[in-house]
Design a protein around this ligand. Structure first.
Ligand code: MN
Length: 198
């Protein structure tokens, strides 16, 4: 899969984000995921699932939820290189997505019924095309079954919904991902010092 769009949007002389050269196809024993909390012009969470050696990516403005009643808007964005999964840091002013990025959660995941990562990966790519991706997440914060469902409309759309399935890891309580972020996290600290300056 191609990270052409990812590369086009960035100047690697000016941003510490991983470049094409550091991207690689990975020998597969597991599929990984990462969720990055990103204070760009707006705070959002980047939800990334490894498929075919790249990270399929969605920007989730409100962050993920463990409450199955929440349908969190997830805008599909360009594929990111595999190495982006370990990126944290500051994207300098003037660059695409300028601001601070931190890892909010990471771990492995599987197709909901196909545990083998190679076969699971194949099915996930089909699911992605059909607009319904169902997975089991094994993170520190996000656990259990989740669905990503593409919103139907007349026009082609990048809008999906991220929904927790009802299982042992689901909660019926209000879930705000911001409450599950350490107070001294890099993004929170950067935002606090910005407020002081203003
Ligand atoms: Mn982002």
């Amino acid at each position: 899969m191609s990270i052409v769009q990812y590369i086009k949007k960035r100047n690697f002389n000016d941003t510490p984000e991983p470049s094409e050269r550091s991207s690689k196809a990975v020998a597969k024993k597991v599929l990984t995921f990462v969720i990055q909390r990103h204070q760009a012009s707006h705070l959002h969470y980047d939800f990334r699932l490894e498929m075919e050696g790249v990270l399929k990516s969605w920007a989730v403005p409100k962050g993920p939820s463990l409450n199955p009643n929440d349908k969190r808007l997830a805008m599909m964005v360009e594929d990111h290189p595999y190495d982006y999964g370990s990126f944290e840091g500051e994207i300098p002013k003037g660059n695409y997505g300028a601001g601070v990025v931190e890892i909010w959660d990471k771990g492995t995941y599987e197709h909901i019924s196909i545990k083998d990562p190679v076969e699971g990966n194949k099915q996930l790519l089909k699911d992605l095309k059909s607009g319904s991706v169902k997975i089991v997440m094994k993170g520190k914060k996000l656990k259990g079954e989740f669905a990503l469902v593409k919103m139907k409309g007349d026009k082609p759309s990048n809008s999906w919904l991220l929904i927790k399935h009802n299982d042992q890891y689901a909660t019926q309580d209000t879930y705000n991902s911001e409450d599950h972020t350490p107070a001294n996290s890099p993004v929170t600290k950067a935002n606090a010092s910005k407020k002081k300056v203003q």
